[in-house]
Design a protein around this ligand. Sequence first.
Ligand SMILES: Cc1cc2nc3c(=O)[nH]c(=O)nc-3n(C[C@H](O)[C@H](O)[C@H](O)COP(=O)(O)O)c2cc1C
Length: 176
Amino acid sequence: MSQPDGEIDGRRFRDVLGHFPTSVVAITTEGAGQRPEGMVVGSFTSVSLDPPLVSFLADRSSGTLPKILGAGRFCANVLAADQELLSRKLAARGTDRFDGVAWKPSAAGNPVLDGVVAWVDCGIEQVVEIGDHFLVVGRVRDLRVESAKTPLLFFRGGYGDYFSTTSLLLDQLIGW
Ligand SMILES: Cc1cc2nc3c(=O)[nH]c(=O)nc-3n(C[C@H](O)[C@H](O)[C@H](O)COP(=O)(O)O)c2cc1C
């Protein structure tokens, strides 16, 4: 049942929007004392080619957002299908998210996680308050595809893998 304007129930909003699949991207930065910091987002997107801009949305309650803003830079790490446990670790609260996590610093000093599909290293260009989130726009400084692995996806509250219809078809036809 639809409701009058401005009275969208939060549970229904989450449920319906949960039917929209997203990528799973770890936003990392360098915190105090060169500590790696990070959070998982499903809201990463490319914004502009010229100038090269990307963005993500952070909840206003995020404890990691002030660290990202303090550093003035971040790296967007596109997680691979075999990195569900890493995603759970980096989205958990009250734990050392980087305990046992392998990474190397980018040229700017942001953590690039081992085993990701690709990464995009950015300086913060703009931060816009929108509703209960902040839109963080990054200007791309460096970027690279790291592997041919398939990406981790999030859909209807659960993780999944990506299958190309072309490769499924080729598999059926010629056992490729
Ligand atoms: C698949 C997935 C997508 C998420 N997307 C976002 C997002 O777009 N923005 C956000 O602020 N938090 C998102 N979260 C929650 C954060 O990963 C994290 O749990 C939350 O920010 C709390 O940590 P923080 O206080 O360090 O930010 C997502 C979590 C998961 C598992």
